[in-house]
Design a protein around this ligand. Structure first.
Ligand code: DAH
Length: 342
């Protein structure tokens, strides 16, 4: 039912929009903000009236009011930004007022790295899939062929929650989840990006909360050569220089064979530097050909199909790209650090 307050809301919305359009200076804009959005302003005054309404009206009008406040705040911020160019000259014309510093928001370096990766994987035709941060042991370990006695299952490495749940220790569980949940049948190629957690002591290269990227490609003629091609494409595009990779045999229960992937040093181009410890190579991530048991757990015929998987930290990528010395900076909320990426 239309209500008197609804009418006041639309009148207010119109008046506010019109007068916002006419504000031509920062001080005008500040007056506008105080008049409409300030603590004693029109919008809060109206919202305070909502609680006196009959319950049936309260919710709908409350929602309309909140929406209006939200819209006006957004319009205000936009206008404020449009004035940011004037700030430098503002003090000269109004010597009595100190300039207002406007800092537009910007993205976190990990978000930037994640977005670049998304573009690259999109170019390669990979589909983005997701999984939960609170994961079932079944997906985090069992179906990945990680035996009960594997050290990664020890109490010290994993944040355990009640009811057999854990904070996922890697993004590998998303492999199974995405295949099973979407009923994927080969050939397919998926990837995932997200937070991971380990109950570890932190230092410059370890944090308890970090991010990984995970990829999985399955088909009827997928080889390690395909893997190398994909990984070199991803790294070369991410670092905007041509890189080489080398594979070292390694063990991960969910792949066979498994390997560690090294990338040619993007800092010194293999001339030898502190970052690559004079070796010319950087350790980047784990990978391998998907273990038959894991394919079976995905309901995939392992006689007919094979695939590769890889997974590694995104912090490492961002650290190399920006020469960031300590992984803990990403989560520090330290503005001196974060503002360098604006
Ligand atoms: N999940 C492993 C880790 O966090 C990394 C990894 C190794 C992912 C091999 C993979 C893989 O997909 O095939 O240490």
């Amino acid at each position: 039912m239309p209500h008197k307050l609804t009418d006041s809301l639309s009148a207010l919305s119109l008046a506010a929009a019109q007068s916002l359009m006419q504000t031509a200076s920062l001080s005008n804009l500040e007056n506008w903000r105080i008049h409409y959005l300030g603590r004693k302003g029109e919008i809060p005054r109206l919202l305070r009236e909502v609680k006196n309404l009959p319950p049936a009206d309260r919710q709908i009008i409350g929602q309309q009011g909140n929406q209006l406040r939200h819209d006006l705040t957004a319009a205000y911020e936009k206008k404020l930004l449009s004035f940011s160019g004037q700030l430098a000259s503002a003090p000269a014309s109004r010597p009595a007022q100190s300039p207002v510093e406007v800092r537009p928001g910007h993205l976190h370096p990990l978000t930037l790295a994640g977005r670049d990766l998304q573009t690259i994987f999109y170019q390669l035709g990979f589909q983005l899939v997701e999984g939960p941060l609170v994961e079932e042991t079944k997906y985090n370990f069992d179906l990945l062929n990680i035996p009960l006695e594997h050290p990664a299952r020890a109490e010290t490495d994993t944040f355990h929650l009640p009811d057999g749940l854990v904070l996922r220790t890697h993004t590998s569980p998303v492999q199974l989840r995405s295949v099973l949940a979407n009923g994927l049948v080969p050939p397919f190629q998926v990837y995932s990006i997200g937070r991971t957690f380990r109950a570890e002591r932190t230092d410059a290269s370890h944090d308890h909360t970090f991010s990984q990227i995970e990829a999985l490609m399955v088909g009827d003629a997928i080889s390690i050569a395909d893997f190398k091609g994909v990984v070199e494409y991803v790294y070369s595009n991410f670092f905007r220089q041509s890189v080489a990779t080398r594979l070292r045999p390694s063990y991960f229960p969910f792949v066979e064979p498994g390997f560690e992937v090294d990338m040619s040093c993007v800092i010194c181009q293999q001339k030898g530097c502190r970052v690559c410890q004079q070796t010319g190579w950087l350790e980047m991530m784990g990978a391998g050909m998907v273990h038959p048991n894991v394919l079976r757990n995905m309901n995939i015929d392992h006689h007919k199909y094979q695939g590769f998987a890889f997974g590694g930290g995104i912090e490492r990528l961002a650290m190399l790209r920006h020469s960031i010395p300590d992984v803990r900076l990403f989560q520090s909320g330290d503005l001196k650090f974060l503002r360098q990426f604006s």
